[in-house]
Every structure is written in C-alpha cells, then in structure tokens.
Design a protein around this ligand. Sequence first.
Ligand SMILES: C[S@@+](CC[C@H](N)C(=O)[O-])C[C@H]1O[C@@H](n2cnc3c(N)ncnc32)[C@H](O)[C@@H]1O
Length: 302
Amino acid sequence: MAEMNSTRDFHRKTPIDLMKEYTICESFSHAGSPYEFLLESPRSYGAMIGDFLTGSGLLKKGTCVCEIGGGYGSLMSGLLGEYAHLIHRVYMLDLSQKLLLRQRGHLSQWLSRITSIQADVHEITDALRGIDLIIMNEVIGDLDAMTDIDPSEIQGEALRFIRTYDLETPKAGFFNLNIGAMKLVEAICRNNIPAFLSEHSSDPVIPEDMDYLKRDLILDGFPREIRLYKHSEYTIRFSHLIKIAASHGKTVRTGALLDLIPLRKTPRLKIIFTSRACSTESQEITYELLDHIREYRWMTIS
Ligand SMILES: C[S@@+](CC[C@H](N)C(=O)[O-])C[C@H]1O[C@@H](n2cnc3c(N)ncnc32)[C@H](O)[C@@H]1O
C-alpha cells in the first residue's frame, strides 16, 4: 500500500543540523570554507548562484526574491553580499521558526528589506504571488513523497500526474514519486513565477569534461530514500519536473550543479576520484565532495 512520506513535523519542531546533512550550500557557505581550495577563485555558494542567476537574466534590477527553506541563511547572505543592489525585497519562508530567527541573525545588515514567514510551502503554493524569483536550494527533496507505489495499483494523485504529464515509471517493482515537488512545480507554472531549484537527483547529469564521475552512478533512476536524523528525504527525478513545466509552456533549463560551481579542474581531481586516493585530508575532502556533488542537479523555470 502506497504511503506519503512527510518531513513537516520534523522540520517544524527540530531545526536541522546542516553540517550533518552536508548541504552543498553550507560546504561553500563563505569565502574561507574548508572546501575553498577546490574553487577557481574564493567565492561563497550564494555569490556563485547569483552569478548564474544574473547571467541567465533571472536576477535583475528591482527583483523581489522569495527563498523557501533558506536553512541558516547562508545562500541569501552570499547572494546579498554580491547582488544586494539588484534585490528590492526578500521573503524568507520556512517551516522552522528557529531557522527563521537564525536567518535573520545572519542577514542582520539587510533586515530592512527582509520579511520572514513561517509557513509550510505545501500549504501556500497557490498564494505565492507578487514575486519575481523563487529560490529553493536542497529543499524539494524534503517535500511530500509518495512511497512504495505498486505499478498495478496506481491511484489518486500519482495517477493524475502520470497520466496528465505522461511521466515515465519503472519497468518493474514498486517505486516512489516526488508528489510535493511536482505540485510545487505546477503551482509555480500556474502563478507564472520564475524559479531556481536545486536538489540531490535520481537522474543526474555529469559535465562532459568530468565524464569519470559517472563511475557506478545510476543516471536514469527513480526517487530513492535518503535516511537522515529522525526523517527521510527522497532524491528528485528532475525529468518528471521538467515534463510538467514544459507542458505548461515554460522554458526549462537544467544541468549539473557542478556547472555552477567553478572548480579548479586539475588532473589531480580525476586521479583522486578514480583511484580513491585519500591519504591526506585535502584528498579526502576532494573525494568526498566530488562523490556527493555529482548527483546534484539544478533547473530553472521561466
Ligand atoms: C535541507 S535544508 C536546506 C537548507 C538550505 N537551503 C541549504 O541549502 O543549506 C531544508 C530547509 O527547508 C525547510 N523546509 C523543509 N520543509 C519545508 C516546508 N514544507 N515548507 C517550508 N520550509 C521547509 C527546512 O526548515 C530547512 O530550512
């Protein structure tokens, strides 16, 4: 019998420990982070995402940004640090009151233009209006996931999504669907709000010049459970979200998160990854980061 995995109670009551969750944003949270030596030039994650958003025309003068699930506020701090001159207003929306307070502390120098909202994004998707850009970084995997769906008994919302958008399902065996993320994308499209989404994917794409990262990687998988402290999240099948947004007539772009993070692509990276040579701390950090980040993907909807 299919069930719905929800992380709402967990996030409402327990501010997550992002160091344990090892988010990419926290790994590069500030210039001077332990991972900085891997970058072409020192830059925070928020600044790198800002570079991409300005380059792709999603962030321009006067933009009103809503970040959903901003964690410690590190992405927004890096983004405002570089691009505050373009950002008119910021809405930080999160389930966790403790994290909203922590974000305000981190963003104290820009408080006059920040509004914090405690809400569950599942419940307010249709109310999202008057915003020029939504940012959700490593959040959509936390949204509702329908689990253990029997292919011979697909019903309800799962059936509606699969039929409406002609979504592919596995040839055999029970499977999981990112119902929360799919509803969110539908709402983003209906409300005409441009969005940047990034998350751990079940169908990763690997940059052409880093082909060696494909080793032992499933490139066309379905959402799988990731067990974390007192909750589970699910990897995202981006091809499903892309089909939904495209069928609403949206322009969708997608790629590897590695495309947005300019690493120093020296031969050393390849040697460390392929030979798993981890005899020093910096080699260990390099291997760990590459092994983790290679499954991350971004998409924009506009
Ligand atoms: C894995 S953390 C990611 C934090 C940050 N964006 C990063 O990349 O480091 C997930 C964040 O989303 C928030 N969150 C989870 N479920 C949510 C929901 N249903 N509505 C709003 N916020 C949610 C959590 O409180 C937390 O801030």
